[in-house]
Design a protein around this ligand. Structure first.
Ligand code: FAD
Length: 289
């Protein structure tokens, strides 16, 4: 690895000033489980590494029923997976974070790093999208907020502008009876990056013909994480067996997988339908309707 300067700013303004001044010579570090691998592999050569973990609030979890959940960008995967209030209100997020790598990795890997790495395979992202997360972004002119889906611009590309970084993610309070399932397929049962991932959230919504509302989000089947709104709309109409099959097919049609070293696009497309159907059935079996 090439030598680099390490800085740990104490305020967002200081961090932003360094990032703006150094441009592409600077890289943000949180857990380093993506960045350090890329530096060691000779893919990136930052002159200066800016560690955000010293910023006030960036490692904090806050929850109240009126505002929902605020997750500091540097909260670790193990902290998310073990947090009692996240278990109580956002269980799919806790379960998705627990599928990431190993226990040791999850002690360092952060939720903000997973999002900002902008890998289509990021396992926390489908759950965050299902819970309608917003990215809270520090900008020198003031904070800006962006629906998380608009944050992703391509593999490894985000909407972040020079001098900006992710401060936190906010998730509104879901319906108290919402049920979420994240189905992940890897080459091995645990510890592998997702070949594909399907997140499904359902909740009672009496105004819909089916009596339920839905959000469905996908990992590793397109250049960015994806949502499947057509499938969600089908389930809002009807949730009988035929409708569930049609919704699973709509999830498959929303996917745009490629062939890569881990799986062919055709295999991913076939399996996204299977995992989607299983997740929808699992949610339906537990929805109090
Ligand atoms: C062995 C191994 C197994 C893995 N398994 C999985 C897996 O199963 N599922 C999965 O999803 N991932 C997996 N990963 C990838 C990685 O662990 C996760 O993406 C992790 O959440 C990254 O978090 P981090 O804090 O380590 O990020 P870092 O490496 O610190 O940062 C990641 C990227 O985001 C940028 N960044 C970090 N924080 C911010 C911020 N606040 N604002 C703006 N930019 C920021 C960094 O500059 C960098 O480009 C694995 C990695 C390894 C090495």
């Amino acid at each position: 690895m090439e030598p680099f300067e390490y800085v740990k700013p104490a305020s967002p303004a200081e961090a932003s000033a360094i990032l703006a001044a150094e441009g592409s010579a600077a890289r943000i570090l949180q857990g380093g489980t993506d960045l350090i691998i890329r530096m060691r592999g000779d893919f990136v050569h930052p002159k200066i590494v800016v560690d955000l973990k010293g910023l006030p609030g960036i490692r904090e979890v806050a929850y109240n029923p009126a505002n929902g959940l605020t997750l500091g960008a540097a909260v670790t995967m193990n902290e998310v997976a073990a947090h009692p209030l996240i278990h109580a209100h956002y269980l799919m997020l806790a379960e998705a974070c627990e599928t990431i790598g190993s226990y040791q990795l999850r002690n360092r890997a952060t939720i903000g790093g997973n999002v900002c790495n902008a890998s289509p395979a990021g396992d926390s992202i489908p759950a965050l999208l299902c819970y309608d997360a917003t990215a809270v972004i520090y900008n020198p002119a003031g904070e800006r907020r962006l629906p998380l889906m608009n944050f992703f611009k391509g593999p490894g590309k985000t909407d972040l502008q020079p001098g900006e970084f992710l401060l936190a993610l906010t998730l509104p309070e879901p319906h108290e009876a919402a049920v979420g399932v994240y189905n992940k397929l890897g080459r091995t049962r645990v510890g592998d990056i997702a070949l594909l991932g399907v997140g499904v959230l359902g909740w009672p919504q009496p105004a819909n013909p089916s009596g339920s509302g839905w959000r469905i989000a996908l990992a590793s089947v397109g250049p960015t994480p994806l949502m499947a709104p057509e499938a969600a709309a089908l389930l809002a109409e009807n949730t009988d067996d035929e409708a569930v099959e049609a919704a699973a097919a709509a999830v498959m049609n929303a996917s745009r997988p490629i062939d890569d070293v881990r799986a062919s696009g055709a295999y991913r497309q076939a399996m996204v339908r299977v995992l989607a159907r299983r997740a929808i059935e699992d949610v339906l079996a537990r929805l109090p309707m």
